[in-house]
Design a protein around this ligand. Structure first.
Ligand SMILES: C[S@@+](CC[C@H](N)C(=O)[O-])C[C@H]1O[C@@H](n2cnc3c(N)ncnc32)[C@H](O)[C@@H]1O
Length: 191
C-alpha cells in the first residue's frame, strides 16, 4: 500500500539522527495552563510526533492517547515513555479527515500541526467542559503555503463558540533552530 506523503516525510525526519531527534521541553503554553487539567482527565495528543507534550501530561498521571501519521515518531515516543516509566497509548492515525466519537476525551493537544479538517472532529471528540490546547505557526509571508500556516485571527475565530481561556498571537523560540517564530495560541473550553 502506498504510504501517505506526510508519513514518508516525517518518518524520514525522525529516522535521521539530526535535529528532528532532539526533544526540547514541553511547549511553554502547555506548561503554563496544564494546571487547568484534572489529573484523571483523558488527553488526546494530535500529531504527537515523539511525544514531548504527551509524555509531559502522562508524567502528571493523565491517561494519554497519542496519534500521529509517523510510526517512527510514535516508536521514539514509546521508547521515551518506557525510560520515564509512564504509559502512553499510541496509534498511527491520519488526521487529514478524521472521525472521533462524540464526547470521548477531556482534552486535546494540537501543537505545531495544522489540519483544518480536524477542527470539527476535535469539537465533537471533546466532552462539554473539555479543553483544547492549540498552538501552531502563523502565516506572515504571502509566499508561505496557507495549508501549513494559520491566518491572523483564524484560530480564535474557528473556536469562537468555546469559552476562551487564553488567546494570543506571539512569537516563540524554536528549540531546534533557536529562531523566533510567529504562532497563534489558544486554550479554550468546550461549552
Ligand atoms: C512539527 S511535528 C509536531 C509534533 C508535536 N506535536 C510537537 O509539538 O512537538 C508535526 C507532526 O505532525 C505529524 N503529521 C503530519 N501530517 C499528519 C497527518 N496527516 N496525520 C497525523 N499526523 C500528521 C508528523 O508526523 C509530525 O509528527
Amino acid at each position: 500500500m502506498t504510504k501517505h506523503p506526510d508519513a514518508v516525510k516525517w518518518n524520514g525526519r525522525y529516522q535521521s539522527d539530526g535535529k528532528y531527534q532532539q526533544q526540547g521541553p514541553p511547549r511553554q503554553m502547555l506548561q503554563d495552563f496544564v494546571h487547568l487539567l484534572p489529573q484523571n482527565s483523558v488527553v488526546l495528543d494530535a500529531a504527537s510526533g515523539m511525544g514531548v507534550n504527551a509524555l509531559f501530561v502522562a508524567q502528571r498521571g493523565n491517561p494519554v492517547v497519542a496519534l500521529d501519521i509517523s510510526e517512527v515518531g510514535l516508536r521514539l515516543l514509546r521508547q521515551r515513555a518506557k525510560k520515564l516509566g509512564v504509559v502512553v497509548d499510541t496509534a498511527v492515525f491520519d488526521l487529514t479527515n478524521p472521525y472521533f466519537p462524540p464526547n470521548c476525551v477531556d482534552a486535546i493537544l494540537n501543537f505545531r500541526f495544522l489540519e483544518r479538517n480536524a477542527f470539527p472532529a476535535y469539537r465533537q471528540a471533546l466532552r462539554p467542559g473539555g479543553l483544547l490546547f492549540f498552538e501552531t505557526f502563523l502565516r506572515t509571508d504571502a509566499n508561505e503555503a496557507p495549508g501549513y500556516f494559520l491566518e491572523p485571527g483564524e484560530l480564535q475565530q474557528a473556536f469562537a463558540d468555546f469559552e476562551i481561556v487564553h488567546s494570543l498571537e506571539t512569537a516563540v523560540r524554536g528549540h531546534r533552530s533557536g529562531n523566533m517564530r510567529p504562532v497563534a495560541q489558544l486554550v479554550a473550553r468546550k461549552i
